[in-house]
Design a protein around this ligand. Structure first.
Ligand code: ZN
Ligand code: ZN
Length: 416
């Protein structure tokens, strides 16, 4: 493991703008608000700039928590077996408490997506499950949108090497940095204003879908004939929206999706993935699944099938959908043609569904619904939330009304 930060390959002016967008657009951090952030060690140049912009915006205290590849691998190479059922619950309880006290949450992604590719899948699965379980009290507050949160990306060398394997490291880092800046709208003269305009465009799609009140979406394309029932009282979301603490934020930078909650018990038919899914260091490719009564009853993959079955066996909700999202095939990330091996980017290249936990904010008046009400309306509950892509330039989507009337929503991967 090398710690090579490539400051020369990453344009520092634009890195600074990315930090500003994360604080002003992504989080909309408020004066006096504390900030908890996680990042790989390689992302330190961005962590420091984010801290600067956070304090300029009036942050109370910024608390970073850094992760390191070498430390992670040391566990897989040398830890006793019992280690893989452990997680720092004490830490996550503190994080959950921080969220209760209105601390904002920022995550910088940039890890090597294939870090655990050669480790024992059983250990990877156990460690992930123990971690999800321990993280649940904090995740509930993120999934419930209690506080303003945001995810941004840093072009680390380990990630860049995976995305551009044929280039030298400096060239790969420069290319990944360019792609992240373009997708995050950092190249615009005034990125903050560009995000305002983009949020308005996403809002108009969202409002149209909410006006239609479809009972289901019907996806058709190569290997896909899937009817996704929508949850009762579902609400389409997209772009900036207010967290329960009243702060309007953009949880993902970049974002191109409008999304809502499917009905956990009303998904029928089969679907094929259109892009590989990078999950905790493993690549799962050519996923083919069949749903009955909302539940995946058959799942295959040409690669990573063992990892996929582990994921599906996490809990009862892992076999059901918690999100359906619409992204035009002409989105800037899709047009870049790059497979990022990272959901933050790849989910914005294509229509997708997510296995597992739903977002309570994707219900009308979601903030005031109890978990029991959300479940009754069709919201799914699980320790996992994993997006995978089912959209492409060949996929059509119809909106289906309760009386069976159909309205074209997507044709050939674009808004109809
Ligand atoms: Zn999504
Ligand atoms: Zn998702």
């Amino acid at each position: 493991m090398t710690l090579h930060q490539h400051p020369e390959a990453i344009d520092s002016t634009r890195l600074d703008k990315l930090a500003e967008v994360a604080i002003r657009v992504g989080l909309n951090l408020q004066p006096g608000q504390d900030l908890f952030l996680t990042a790989p060690v390689a992302a330190l140049p961005l962590v420091r700039r984010i801290a600067e912009h956070a304090y300029k915006a009036g942050a109370g205290i910024v608390t970073p928590l850094l992760s390191d590849e070498g430390v992670t691998l040391a566990r897989y190479r040398h830890a006793q077996d019992a280690s893989f059922d452990k997680a720092p619950g004490w830490l996550y309880q503190g994080v959950a408490r921080a969220f209760t006290e209105n601390t904002a949450r920022l995550a910088i992604v940039g890890d090597n997506p294939m870090l655990l590719a050669n480790e024992d899948p059983a250990k990877v699965g156990r460690a992930a499950k123990a971690n999800s379980l321990a993280y649940q009290p904090a995740l509930e507050k993120i999934a419930g949108f209690d506080i303003n949160w945001n995810i941004v990306a840093f072009p680390s060398a380990a990630w860049a090497r995976q995305v551009f394997p044929d280039d030298g490291e400096d060239v790969a880092v420069r290319k990944l940095a360019e792609a992240i800046f373009a997708a995050s709208r950092i190249d615009e003269a005034d990125p903050v204003a560009a995000w305002k305009a983009h949020n308005a465009a996403l809002r108009s799609r969202r409002d149209w879908l909410n006006g239609q009140r479809f009972a289901a979406l019907h996806f058709t394309g190569p290997g896909t004939d899937l009817t996704v029932g929508l949850a009762d009282g579902h609400d389409w979301q997209g772009g900036a929206s207010p967290a329960k603490n009243g702060i309007v934020c953009n949880p993902n930078i970049p974002t191109e999706e409008v999304f809502t909650t499917p009905h956990a018990r009303r998904v029928e038919g089969h679907a094929s993935s259109t892009k590989p899914l990078s999950h905790q260091g493993a690549l799962i490719d050519d996923i083919r699944v069949r749903f009955e009564g909302g539940r995946i009853v058959e799942a295959k993959a040409s690669r990573g099938e063992a990892v996929l079955s582990k994921v599906l066996d996490t809990d009862e909700g892992a076999r059901r959908l918690g999100e359906v999202a619409l992204v035009p095939n002409s989105s800037p990330i899709s047009k870049s043609g790059i497979l990022f091996y990272n959901t933050l980017f790849d989910e914005n290249a294509s229509c997708h569904v997510a296995l597992g936990q739903c977002y309570s904010k994707c219900f009308v008046d979601g903030a005031n619904l109890t978990p029991e009400q959300i479940a009754a309306q069709g919201g799914n509950k699980s320790l996992i939330h994993i997006d995978w892509m089912i959209g492409s330039g060949e996929v059509d989507i119809d909106g289906v009304h309760a009386d069976g009337r159909r309205v074209p929503v997507f044709r050939k991967g674009e808004w109809a």
